[in-house]
Design a protein around this ligand. Sequence first.
Ligand code: GDP
Length: 348
Amino acid sequence: METTKKNLREPIVCVLGHVDHGKTTLLDDIRGTTVAKKEAGGITQKIGATEIDKNTLETNIKNYFKNIQVTIPGLLFIDTPGHVAFANMRSMGGALADIAILVIDVNEGLKPQTIESIDVLKKYKTPFIIAANKIDMIPYFVSSKDTSFKETLSKQRKEYVDFLDEKIYKIINDLYVKGISSDRYDRITDFTKSFAIVPISAKLNIGVPDILMVLTGLAQRFLEEHIQFESKSTRGSVIEIKKEGSLGTTLDTILYQGVLHKGDKIALNTIAGPAVTKVKAIIATGKKGMVEKESIKSAAGIRILITDKLDVLSGTSIIAIKGGKTDAAFNELINESKPDIKLSENGI
Ligand code: GDP
């Protein structure tokens, strides 16, 4: 049993939060425009997502946290931040993301889109961590960059530590009012009872190792069932559709279950209702750029070329049809509804 239990796919991570609180900057850090890029290799820009492989994850975490054993195959970060994107990226009956990062500007605290994000995360029962961003803006900050929060904190004067505590306590209180019990991650003893707050500075690339460590720890402890690699059925969520002239229709897709093969029949939603088409080609990003693949294993960000000219519905699921049975897939697709939560336009 142990071996099947450890056959895991990468958890899919989405970043949410109020406008200007630092989502894009954090994703840039994760994408490796700073430190990680220099170390290169294990971070690959995928279609619609960024993958950090197991080795890179391990190296980044172990530089600062010795006792963490990485058992997940990596992490897949969705490139488009925001609660609207989060809510539009669905897997059957739930959110596509397995875990999320809620970014809060530590100096501003909870804002309308922070609250909308919390509501959306609660609705889809998605576990999340809180990144308390812009800790470099707190008075008495002693300069530091490209390192962990733990390391940065050890350099700070008492005045800074007190100010930081004050800001974090304010967030803890405001979250409590929203029904969320939280604490700074390094003060939590039971992660089933408290949401973890990781202080970071996305601008100075401080705290990313802590974020990776907490995400990995949570995924390994609480998401193992959820992120079991499943070969019985193959599913993905379409995040962008393009009509590329002679190429036909391309579907940028996050594959979250199973293995997709070139030539597979897939069911998806179109403007005219559920339809079946065939996978003409699978494009993925390899170490040397875009490559065509015969097959691809979840979780992955891929571009699918389909054989038919269809008006595919944005946000649709794709379900591989095995043994010619389309009815069950069509029923699922018909039931797939738009989120009934009202979101503001400016969700990014
Ligand atoms: P988003 O709207 O949530 O994606 O926010 P952005 O990542 O675009 O950041 C908004 C602004 O805040 C930009 O000018 C960033 O440079 C700045 N910013 C982001 N993170 C930090 C941080 O940690 N410290 C400081 N001082 N500024 C930050």
